[in-house]
Design a binder for this molecule. Structure first.
Ligand SMILES: [Zn+2]
Length: 300
C-alpha cells in the first residue's frame, strides 16, 4: 500500500562517464553505483525492527572477532543495516525474479543481503539468515578482482559458463560457522535481544545436515592426521576467508582420491544422499563403489 518506489530505475542506471579510465577503474565505478542503489530502500521494503538493526552490527562484530581468532589478515567488510533488505513477496519478485525460491541471498557487488519477509519469519530466523549471508559476503570480498570475471565465494567457485564447484561444501562451512557463532553468543542473544534460548536449536539452520557431514569429516580427518578436531576445523574455516585449499588434501588422504570430486555433488539433486553415504561408509571398497555411482556420467 505505502510501498516506496525504488529511487532509481534499474533500466536507467547512470551511464559510465567517457573518461580515460582503466577497466579496473570502470569496474570500481560500477560497483560504487550498484552499492549506492542498495543503500536505499527497495520496492516492497519491510521496515526492520530495532532488534534486527542492532543485530546487523552485532553480526559484523562477531565475524570480525572470528577473523581475528583465525588470524586472518584482512580488512573486514562491514555490512550496514541499510544494506540488508527485507522485502515483501512483490518486492522480492522485482528484485530476485519469479523463479527464485530461496529464502534469502546476498549480492557481493552490491554488498547487500536480500531476505524474503514471508519465507523468513521470526526474529531469530532472520538473525540466523543475516549472519549466514554476512559470512558469505565477508568470504567473497577477499577474492573479487575486477580483472577476473569468474566468481568466488569462499570455497565455491563459478566459471564464466556459470558452472559452480564446491557449492554444497561452501554452504556447510558457512552454516557451520553461523551455528557456532549463534550458540557461542547465546548469552548476548538472551540479554541484548530478549531471545528465548529454547528457540535456539538446530532446526533454525537450513543447512544443518551439511554441517553434520562437515563434523563427520572433521572427526575422521583429525583421527587420520593425529590432530585435534579444533585444529582441523580452524584450517577449514581459515580457508573460507583466506582462499587456502591445501588442507583439502587431508580429506583425500582420509577417504581416498575421489573424495573431493564426491564432495562436489553435495547439494546436487539425486546425488546428495549418496555423498552422505560415501563419507559415512567405513569400508574402503564399499566407499569406492558409492563414489563410482556418484561420479558416473548420466546420459542427460
Ligand atoms: Zn548460503
Amino acid at each position: 500500500m505505502s510501498e516506496k518506489q525504488p529511487t532509481s530505475n534499474p533500466e536507467e542506471e547512470p551511464k559510465i562517464p567517457q573518461i580515460e579510465s582503466s577497466p579496473e577503474e570502470i569496474g570500481k565505478l560500477r560497483i560504487l553505483q550498484i552499492r549506492e542503489k542498495y543503500l536505499q530502500p527497495l520496492e516492497g521494503e519491510i521496515e526492520k525492527t530495532p532488534e534486527e538493526v542492532r543485530f546487523i552490527t552485532k553480526a559484523n562484530e562477531w565475524i570480525e572477532q572470528e577473523l581475528k581468532e583465525l588470524q586472518i589478515d584482512t580488512r573486514p567488510t562491514r555490512i550496514k543495516p541499510e544494506q540488508v533488505h527485507i522485502l515483501s513477496d512483490a518486492g522480492w519478485e522485482t528484485e530476485a525474479g519469479w523463479g527464485n525460491h530461496d529464502d534469502a541471498y546476498n549480492k557481493a557487488y552490491g554488498n547487500t543481503i536480500i531476505i524474503h519477509s514471508e519465507r523468513v519469519q521470526g526474529q531469530l530466523e532472520r538473525m540466523a539468515i543475516i549472519l549466514h549471508e554476512a559470512i558469505h559476503l565477508q568470504s567473497h570480498h577477499k577474492f573479487r578482482t575486477n580483472e577476473d570475471p569468474s566468481y568466488r565465494d569462499g570455497y565455491m567457485a563459478e566459471n564464466q559458463s556459470h558452472e559452480t564447484s564446491f557449492e554444497g561444501f561452501n554452504e556447510a562451512v558457512v552454516e557451520g560457522l553461523t551455528m557456532h557463532l549463534m550458540y557461542n553468543h547465546e548469552k548476548e542473544l538472551e540479554s541484548e535481544f530478549k531471545i528465548d534460548l529454547e528457540n535456539l536449536n538446530d532446526n533454525l539452520f537450513n543447512y544443518r545436515n551439511y554441517v553434520d557431514l562437515l563434523s563427520l569429516i572433521v572427526t575422521d580427518v583429525a583421527k587420520k592426521k593425529g590432530e585435534s578436531m579444533e585444529v582441523v576445523r580452524d584450517k577449514i574455516l581459515r580457508g573460507l576467508f583466506s582462499g587456502e585449499t591445501i588442507h583439502l588434501q587431508d580429506i583425500e588422504e582420509t577417504y581416498g582420491r575421489t573424495a573431493l570430486q564426491v564432495i562436489n555433488y553435495l547439494g546436487v539433486e539425486g546425488k546428495s544422499q549418496k555423498v552422505f553415504n560415501f563419507f559415512s561408509e567405513k569400508d574402503d571398497d564399499k566407499r569406492n563403489i558409492i563414489a563410482e555411482e556418484i561420479l558416473k556420467k548420466t546420459s542427460q
